[in-house]
Design a protein around this ligand. Structure first.
Ligand code: ADP
Ligand code: MG
Length: 597
């Protein structure tokens, strides 16, 4: 057999490399924005069309490129940022691999204008799939404009793999947030399909955060600052009262580069100990400034993990300075007029339900008068029933209207609530133990799905329209879901780019739940925004079910327990919650008998 090994042609090698660097439009956005920042720009514009599938353009006013550099920039391993391996330990730029432009040009149509500070004339270059189509001198402003069109035009499999425009846009917005937060001193604008999504003037970090996430953020920010001889930590954490059930505003940056770090996240959680309502996560914007020598610089272009040389002490510094800031904040009330009075009591105490004494006889109890318990016919059981304390719980909408319903397979008399969390009932084969929250999630989920898909719109008009501030991103998500939302019963009006008025809500919700409904909805949309209407209905129904369900720890009246069971067993699926969790367990006679062996 003769020689069979050959070197791959450049355009093939570039396409392979592109597979790693360019995963989706958001990766292109990240690379182009980072190049613009490395070029010392003071104003960067991002323009996107169709989730970046047809156009991603970044225009900067940075140092530009010479005629030769303009062409060199698209060669693989072509970089102006390092010259030797030792430079790797002194990195102060975002890029250094010289791979991004070559990779992008291998899988798209690229058109660049660039004008360096020294040159009289600008250069225009057009490349299609690594082939330079034209390069000529032109007139253009100082700086660089790169337009990337028809991404993956030559790799149909990759192109088909892209998600809906809305999902791709969501990823782009995430990248944009990260870069814009890391560089508040640079002005940014972001246009999508002709609409301005962001207009961020050059400012400080505090104001940048509010410009991106809404003006209400400002009062929630607590500054954090600490420096040692080798490192410094700075930024903001959010007040405990602003903690959310969902991940959202968690940002770490190392030398102005966004990173993920479960380890440092843990340090922050630790600092908040005792201050957070259960199940919530605090928001933070933390910047580490470290000697480049002490971090692993060989960061993969698409990865956001980083290795620290001295992870342990960084953890300790972060934890203690966050703790210190939170402490300062609550013990020095006179210094801070924005202070949240809730901080006087540890958070997990404030939100605790008052304990209800378990045994208390209702002396007014009359089984024949109280419609709730009329069907508990056996007198002995009825007085047992009176041991229930009448807790004034919230009326739970979908559980009402069961007064006249006949109970079915389970025996209502032997129905009770355990630990304010489970509904327990005796059934023929043993003991049925139902998780109240999961059961209610299932019930609400099926109800909402039915309302939406069958368009049985059931909306209640609000007496006082409810204004809601949104970020531009949230507005955008909302417009994608507009049809499904209105089918679920929401009526709203847009006022400005960041403000809407809610005029109607689904009948099974109440006004005070509006902020939670939207907070949870946006959180679930952030992870995925489906494009087809069925999946949208599914996401919305799940989110509403999660928000509006009876939570663990909430006492339920017998009538409500009964209703919950009736509703659950009327569901199409009774065993698994919409979040794939088991709704009930049955303890069989045999299992019980074994325990008494
Ligand atoms: P890297 O950023 O790793 O050096 P890239 O492929 O992203 O590799 O870019 C190659 C080179 O092109 C950069 O090193 C830089 O010299 C030049 N370049 C890219 N984008 C710009 C820009 N917006 N302004 C000025 N120079 C740029
Ligand atoms: Mg680069």
């Amino acid at each position: 057999m003769g020689d069979i090994i050959t070197l791959l042609p450049d355009h093939v090698a570039n396409q392979i490399a592109a597979g790693e660097v360019v995963q989706r439009p958001a990766s292109v956005v990240k690379e182009l924005l980072e190049n613009a920042i490395d070029a010392d720009s003071s104003y960067v514009q991002l323009i996107i069309k169709e989730g970046g599938k047809t156009l991603i353009q970044v225009i900067d006013d940075g140092k530009g490129m010479s005629i030769t550099d303009a062409r060199m920039a698209f060669e693989r391993h072509a970089t102006s940022k390092i010259k030797s391996a030792s430079d790797l330990f002194e990195l102060h730029t975002k890029g250094f691999r010289g791979e991004a432009l070559a990779s992008i040009a291998a899988v798209a149509h690229v058109e660049m204008f660039t004008h360096s500070l020294e040159d009289e004339i600008a250069t225009q270059i057009k490349i299609i799939g690594s082939d330079i189509q034209e390069q000529e001198p032109v007139v253009a402003p100082k700086g660089t404009s790169i337009a990337v069109k028809n991404l993956f035009f030559n790799i149909p499999a990759r192109r088909n793999f892209l998600k809906s425009n809305a999902v791709e846009l969501r990823h782009i917005i995430d990248e944009f947030h990260r870069v814009a937060l890391a560089h508040p001193q640079i002005a940014f604008t972001f246009f999508q399909g002709g609409n301005e999504l962001f207009d961020l003037p050059a400012t400080n970090l505090r104001k940048r955060i509010s410009h991106i996430f809404g003006s209400k953020m400002d009062v929630k920010l607590v500054p954090v600052k600490e420096s040692t001889s080798v490192s410094s930590v700075s930024g903001f954490v959010l007040k405990p009262a602003a903690a959310k059930r969902t991940r959202g505003h968690q940002f770490f940056f190392v030398n102005d580069r966004f990173i993920r770090s479960p380890f440092m996240h843990h340090a922050i959680m630790n600092a908040y100990e005792g201050l957070l309502p259960e199940g919530t996560v605090p928001g933070y914007f933390i910047f580490f400034s470290l000697d480049p020598k002490t971090i692993d610089i060989n960061i993969h272009p698409t990865k956001t993990e980083v290795k620290f040389e001295d992870e342990q002490s960084l953890y300790a510094i972060l934890r203690s300075c966050v703790k210190h800031s939170l402490g300062m904040f609550s013990v020095a009330p006179t210094l801070d007029f924005d202070r949240d009075p809730n901080l006087d009591t540890p958070y997990n105490q404030i939100n605790k339900q008052a304990e209800t004494p378990n045994l208390e006889v209702d002396s007014n109890f009359n089984p024949f008068k109280n419609p709730d318990v009329q069907r508990f016919s056996k007198p002995k059981e009825a007085s047992w029933e009176s041991l229930y304390v009448e807790v004034e719980s919230q009326p739970i909408p979908t559980l009402l209207g069961h007064e006249s319903m006949e109970h079915k397979t389970y025996d209502a008399v032997k129905l009770f609530q355990l630990m304010n969390r489970y509904i327990v009932s005796s059934i023929g084969s043993g003991l049925l133990i139902i998780d109240q929250q999961r059961a209610h999630e299932r019930i609400l989920y099926e109800q909402f799905l039915k309302t939406i898909t069958q368009k049985q719109i059931a909306s209640q008009q609000l007496l006082f329209p409810y204004p809601l501030d949104l970020t531009p991103t949230q507005q955008l998500l909302l417009s994608d879901l507009e049809d499904v939302l209105s089918e679920a019963g929401f009526v709203f009006e847009r006022n400005t780019k960041t403000n809407i008025t809610i005029k109607g809500i689904p009948v099974s919700s109440s006004e005070k739940e509006i902020p939670h409904i939207f907070e949870n909805l946006f959180a679930s949309l952030e992870s995925d925004l489906p494009s087809d209407s069925f999946s949208q209905s599914d996401v919305l129904s799940k989110s509403l079910a999660k928000t509006l369900s009876i939570k663990r720890g909430v006492p339920m009246k017998p009538i409500e327990q009964q209703g919950l069971l009736d509703d659950l067993f009327a569901c199409k699926e009774t065993q698994i919650s919409p979040f794939n969790r088991q709704i009930f367990v049955i303890l069989t006679k045999e299992e019980l008998e074994k325990k008494f062996n």
